[in-house]
Design a protein around this ligand. Structure first.
Ligand code: FES
Length: 285
């Protein structure tokens, strides 16, 4: 398969550095510690255009700001799916409909939607890792005729830890040639599907790398084991894509907290192929 080309070093316009005040127009609870926030400008517009995989800095005034990937977008909104993991995200989770936040962006590069044309796409993720994958998956569904078969291998500890249940079980499987493979790690009375860690499940499903690109996103353990499984199945590192958006802090090359060797994830990424990361002093931890 010809190598995927990913845009790097995307320029930032001045207006991307100035927060726009937005309001929360929808808040949905995904799990006990994950909520999805839909934001819109005060005059009802989408705050800015962005491509799947791009991120934005969301400010919870006056508590602080964090970088998040855009997990969905519509004509008049952007959506962020956020896990409660610290002070700012705790304050964000405490907000209610109509509350305001600051938003600036978009930042970073994006998944190679052009390079994926005509290919089968295998999404592999766990837990909150489905948030950035969802942005790309829904883009492919919106342009269904340009892409091949779509598979999602997704897992969580239990059913209660899975995000976007309606999409996974009802919306996406109804789309042409879209296949869901969901597993949980622990058996429970409310789960009759696959009980397995993600990597062994991936190997059991035995996807062929022929004409297929894998997009992988998850925590360190899932990432390491699934990457090993993909390589075992014969995937070339140049046909495995990931995003390191969780490592972006300032997003504009100033804080120095995201560099891997000569690259800054915020300036060069966050989307890379594994072939590109192989040359960098990088680890999944
Ligand atoms: S996130 Fe600050 S330099 Fe990259």
């Amino acid at each position: 398969m010809s190598a995927l080309t990913i845009e790097h070093g995307c320029a930032r316009a001045t207006e991307q550095l100035v927060p726009v005040i937005c309001k929360l127009v929808d808040i949905s609870t995904e799990t006990s510690d994950v909520k999805a926030f839909r934001v819109q400008t005060l005059d009802g517009q989408r705050p800015f255009d962005c491509s799947p995989g791009q991120t934005a800095m969301l400010s919870v005034i006056p508590y602080g700001e964090c970088m998040f990937c855009v997990s969905a977008q519509g004509e008049d909104y952007l959506e962020f799916t956020v896990k409660r993991v610290g002070y700012v995200t705790e304050q964000l989770h405490a907000l209610t409909l109509g509350d305001t936040v600051g938003l600036r962006g978009p930042y970073g590069n994006w998944f190679p939607t052009e390079g994926l044309k005509g290919k089968d796409v295998l999404f592999v993720g766990g837990g909150i890792g489905l948030a950035p994958l969802r942005a790309l998956l829904t883009y492919l569904l919106d342009h269904r005729e340009s892409y091949g078969r779509i598979d999602l291998v997704y897992s969580g500890s239990t059913r209660d830890d899975l995000l976007f249940l309606d999409d996974i079980f009802h919306v996406w499987p109804k789309q042409p040639d879209v296949h869901m493979h969901t597993s949980v790690y622990r058996e429970s009375a409310d789960w009759s599907g696959e009980v397995s860690y993600t990597a062994p499940y991936l190997e059991k499903l035995a996807f062929s790398p022929e004409g297929r690109v894998a997009v992988l996103c998850g925590g360190p353990s899932l990432f390491r084991t699934c990457l090993a499984s993909l390589l075992k199945l014969g995937f070339d590192p140049g046909s495995i894509i990931t995003t390191l958006e969780m490592r972006m802090k300032c997003g504009i090359g100033k804080c120095g907290r995201c560099n891997v060797g000569s690259k800054y994830i915020c300036l060069d990424g966050p989307v890379f192929t594994m072939a590109e990361l192989e040359d960098l002093p990088w680890s999944a931890d």
